[in-house]
Design a protein around this ligand. Structure first.
Ligand SMILES: Nc1ncnc2c1ncn2[C@@H]1O[C@H](COP(=O)(O)OP(=O)(O)OP(=O)(O)O)[C@@H](O)[C@H]1O
Ligand SMILES: [Mg+2]
Length: 252
């Protein structure tokens, strides 16, 4: 089982959105998957509820929640032992240091979504620094998962500022322990996620692949064009594949 944990010390950058997108892509690809919601707002749990009501959920996606850091870690380890799931997505709230610490060592990839802005970029560096410093706190630092920032909500035509931030991000940002001069580059998932209405609809209605099926069965011709949903699902499928590649490299 590969575990992808979404962490960003700042809120609102797209953790839950990326979690929903990854679950949609995994479900569409027939990957047995589940999620753990550790946010008290129950963003993912409530989404699964809305999706079920709308007929856009899949029983094959398993849902778990806990607010307790220790329990979160144990849940992941138990599911790993059971071996029924191939992919597990963990969504976390912004300010939850103990939770992040507990989850880091049982994850295969830490994903940190950020928007293409200078301030978001520095929160990614801050979050990456936390991972870096964990090396001194765990028994076996080589067991720590890779960390990747993921640039989210890029416009279909990036503005000058956005393009500037993205170029600058890849070229310059360094990560370290905050004491000695940083030596490591901040790493990114090599694919942006676009700003899309489809992701807002996904939040309202459910898994993207199920929404596409629902749309196709509607009587009104007007609705029978789920292309924008398919584009979003394709984007998330590519994004998931890249994440799995990084996580698998770490796992194996
Ligand atoms: N790629 C995207 N396209 C369109 N809307 C997006 C995208 N990513 C995020 N959003 C919107 O931005 C808002 C914040 O996103 P989201 O809830 O995923 O962030 P978060 O990191 O989980 O926030 P929190 O820390 O509060 O849990 C939501 O309204 C979401 O619909
Ligand atoms: Mg969230």
């Amino acid at each position: 089982m590969l575990v992808i944990t979404l962490i960003n010390q700042k809120g609102g950058a797209g953790k839950s959105t990326i979690a929903r997108g990854l679950l949609s892509a995994a479900s569409a690809a027939g990957i047995s998957c589940g999620f753990l919601d550790t946010d008290k707002t129950e963003n993912l749990v409530q989404w699964a509820g809305r999706a079920t009501v709308a007929g856009n959920w899949s029983d094959k996606v398993e849902a778990f929640k806990t607010l307790n850091p220790q329990e979160a870690r144990e849940m992941v380890l138990d599911l790993e032992d059971e071996g029924d799931l191939d992919l597990f997505i963990v969504d976390t709230p912004g300010d939850a240091n103990e939770l992040h610490d507990q989850l880091a060592t049982v994850s295969d990839l830490i994903l940190c979504p950020i928007q293409p802005s200078t301030s978001d970029l520095s929160t990614a560096v801050g979050t990456a620094n936390w991972m870096y410093r964990m090396r001194t706190r765990v028994e076996d630092p080589t067991a720590l998962p890779p960390f990747r920032a993921a640039i989210n909500r890029v416009g279909s035509k990036p503005t000058k500022t956005e393009s500037g931030v993205m170029l600058h991000a890849r070229a310059n940002k360094l990560v370290g322990d905050g004491k000695s001069p940083p030596v490591e580059k901040l790493k990114f998932v090599p694919r942006y996620v676009q700003q899309r209405d489809a992701y807002r609809r996904m939040d309202e209605e459910g898994l993207l692949d199920r929404m596409i099926q629902t749309e196709k069965t509607r009587k009104e011709r007007y609705f029978k064009n789920p292309k924008h949903l398919q584009d979003a699902l394709d984007e998330m499928t590519e994004f998931l594949d890249l994440c799995l590649e990084i996580a698998e490299a770490n796992n194996g």
